[in-house]
Design a binder for this molecule. Structure first.
Ligand SMILES: Cc1ncc(C[n+]2csc(CCOP(=O)(O)OP(=O)(O)O)c2C)c(N)n1
Ligand code: SF4
Length: 282
């Protein structure tokens, strides 16, 4: 990759690739792409100093739509790959992205351990409360009574997971919720998440107009920037549990030692590969 270092400041569009997104019109994921590129431009991050690692799903296609280093990995394995990359290349800013299915179903175990390990990664979960790519099945964040999927015509009957709550319990040191209907607010959150030393989890409420058209109402339900960060665990837990999941802002931020195996130089490629292998065995 040609070096941006010492070059002029880039504008958000210059962090996008030439590949045209194939997301459906109105998909919230467009706004996540815009928010990420805005945040990178604000931080003046040279493209060759950042990587975007994703799993599989509509949302995970985002890696191809930026011109950062990237890897469109396996379903649910983005965090494992990212941990290995960060172990080997400490100097890279490593972003990770995917859907609620990718991160909480098949990738749920990796999510828990990424939170407790506290490596310096920024993880954006595009939460549309559905499996979009596979045509609209219930995900771990889908309400128990959502009955529009042919697989669960009477609803799944299973309580949804609250991603922020899981992240807090598992030890994430930065937890935020943004909304694609407020791309500037989401970009601000991402700036803080990338700056945060340690594992930063950002739940991006990202509507799927194709399989969850009712989510177009979120723009009337989501409240902007109500949350100011607390570093108090029990206050954060109370905040998450007493909220309807529609407040946005930084919920929790705390200092905790960052886990960085090895010296993080390119000599540590073996350490990176070992980290990926051990993650994939979890
Ligand atoms: C190992 C494996 N299991 C299942 C699948 C099928 N699959 C592809 S994407 C997906 C879920 C997508 O949902 P989500 O992660 O929420 O992303 P979205 O498409 O909604 O953005 C599933 C189950 C797969 N590709 N690989
Ligand atoms: S199916 Fe849903 S999540 Fe996938 S691209 Fe279309 S609107 Fe977006």
């Amino acid at each position: 990759m040609e070096k941006d270092t010492m070059a002029r400041r880039l504008i958000p569009r210059e962090y996008k690739s030439d590949i045209k997104p194939i997301w459906c019109p109105g998909c919230g994921d467009f706004a996540v792409l815009n928010a990420i590129t805005k945040a990178l431009a604000f931080l003046e991050l040279p493209r060759e100093q950042a990587a975007l690692i994703t799993g599989i799903g509509c949302s995970s296609r985002i890696a191809a739509y930026t011109n950062l280093y990237g890897f469109h990995g396996l379903h649910g394995r983005a965090l494992a790959l990212a941990a290995g990359l960060k172990a080997a290349r400490k100097e890279l800013t490593v972003l990770v992205a995917g859907g609620d299915g990718d991160g909480l179903s098949i990738g749920g175990n990796h999510f828990i351990h990424a939170c407790r390990r506290n490596m310096d990664l920024t993880y954006v979960m595009m939460d549309n409360e559905v499996y979009g790519m596979t045509k609209g099945q219930a995900s771990p964040t889908t309400a128990a009574d959502w009955s529009q999927s042919k697989l669960t015509p009477q609803g799944s009957g299973i309580r949804p997971l609250q991603p922020a709550s899981l992240a807090l319990t598992a030890g994430a040191t930065f937890i935020a919720r943004g909304f694609t209907g407020d791309p500037n607010g989401l970009a601000k959150i991402l700036v803080e998440a990338i700056r945060h030393p340690g594992f930063a989890f950002v739940q991006a409420l990202s509507p799927c107009p194709t399989f969850r058209p009712e989510q177009m109402e979120w723009k009337r339900q989501v409240r902007g920037f109500e949350l100011e960060p607390t570093s108090d665990l029990s206050a954060a837990a109370r905040r998450i549990q007493t909220d309807d999941g529609m407040s946005t802002g930084i919920i929790f931020r705390s200092d905790y030692p960052v886990f960085q195996p090895g010296s993080g130089t390119t000599d540590d490629v073996a350490a990176g590969i070992a980290a990926i292998e051990s993650e994939l065995r979890v």
